[in-house]
Design a protein around this ligand. Structure first.
Ligand SMILES: *Cc1c(COP(=O)(O)O)cnc(C)c1O
Length: 364
């Protein structure tokens, strides 16, 4: 008897494994594996979630109107051109659902964010990964990889997990060189952490072209990963398409209120940016001093390169024995690396101390 089978591309996807959060036998866990932000959720967001508990029987506003207006006011964008999602992952998936599919191709950088690859396979797209230069997206390579079936090019800028960023002129050059019927998706999940004066998170290119989309998230600097809220800013035609393919209540009511409150939290972004800049530098310097190569990062994490996969594995085991959880990078094609989220001052101190001891052990 023939068994029911999914579309073949579905079985090419490995089930997603998130950052670990538990270690058997270890009491105090320090989780630096998912770039969640050092300070937890903003207090105003916590209050909003509590407030919404008694409204849990009500369906949310399917149009996310209050949230879109708050985002628009904060970033100077037209709320009508914003679509909110259950995390920015949902927006990425909706774009692929609407514009990709069987017989189409997605172009991305070799060590780009994995959800483009995973979601693309769900939809049956062929995924083309373009080799990088110094763990940075190669614009000429991305342009050259596009063929007649290419519908979408994804660029995380800054990129996770490498932390690398393309100069704005390179992003502009990429858009200008892509055919007009190819959508460029600029994933700016880490935009707030960037300290480049010329950086544009994507809104300018979205406005200047009819085929560019910017995605953003509340999961990183706004500390709301567990609530699942992200958004896209897109041309009106693309917004119309996204509103046709999204679920009618795709962002839940507590998440919406929490996100609005996070935007209103006084000094939150400034505090997080300052803390991250200080500790990204300190962690980089401390690890470099022990002999670990640290790739330059514009995000709230660093990519530590141990030279070999065996050494990265041993370092990970050493950290785990001390309750420190970071992210192994084999799935990203970077088996000699660990991605380490910037945590609180105390957490960062424990992390650098543990890796210092590990490296001293190797030197004997
Ligand atoms: C974390 C992350 C996202 C996804 O965030 P959501 O939680 O789905 O909003 C998207 N892109 C990159 C590059 C990320 O690192």
């Amino acid at each position: 008897m023939a068994m029911l089978a999914p579309r073949p591309s579905i079985l090419s996807v490995e089930p997603y494994v998130g950052g670990e959060s538990k270690l058997p036998g270890v009491n105090r866990i320090i989780k630096l594996s998912s770039n969640e932000g050092a300070f937890g959720p903003p207090p105003g967001a916590v209050a909003a979630i509590q407030r919404m508990a008694t409204e849990a029987h009500r369906y949310p506003d399917g149009g996310s109107k209050a949230l879109r207006e708050a985002i628009g006011a904060r970033f100077g964008l037209d709320p009508a051109r914003i679509v909110c999602g259950n995390g920015s992952d949902e927006i990425l998936g909706l774009l692929i659902l609407a514009y990709g599919g069987e017989g189409t191709e997605i172009v991305m950088s070799a060590h780009g964010f994995l959800m483009y690859d995973i979601t693309g396979r769900w939809a049956g797209c062929r995924i083309i990964k373009v080799p990088e230069r110094d763990l940075t997206a190669d614009v000429d390579g991305l342009i050259a990889a596009c063929g007649p079936r290419t519908k979408l090019v994804f660029l995380a800028n800054p990129n996770n997990p490498t932390g690398s960023i393309l100069p704005q002129a390179e992003v502009d050059r990429l858009r200008a060189a892509l055919r007009s019927d190819i959508m460029l998706v600029l994933d700016s999940a880490y935009a707030e952490y960037v300290d480049r004066p010329d950086y544009d998170a994507g809104a300018r290119l979205v406005d200047a072209t009819g085929n560019t989309v910017m995605t953003r998230t509340f999961s990183k600097i706004f500390g709301l990963g567990g609530m699942r809220v992200g958004w896209g800013y897109a041309p009106a035609e693309v917004v119309d398409v996204l509103n046709r393919v999204r679920g009618p209540f795709n962002v839940n009511a507590a998440a919406m209120e929490a996100a609005v409150a996070a935007l209103a939290e006084p000094g939150w972004v400034e505090k997080n940016v300052a803390h991250n800049a200080e500790w990204r530098l300190k962690v980089t310097e401390a690890l470099t001093a022990t002999g670990i190569k640290v790739w330059p990062s514009q995000g709230n994490f660093v990519l530590a390169d141990f030279g070999t996969a065996d050494r990265a594995k041993a370092a990970d085991a050493h950290l785990k024995s001390r309750g420190l959880i970071v992210r192994m990078m084999g799935a990203y094609g970077l088996p000699s690396c660990l991605r380490i989220t910037i945590g609180t001052a105390e957490e960062n101190g424990l992390l650098t101390e543990a890796l210092g001891a590990f490296m001293a052990g190797i030197r004997g």
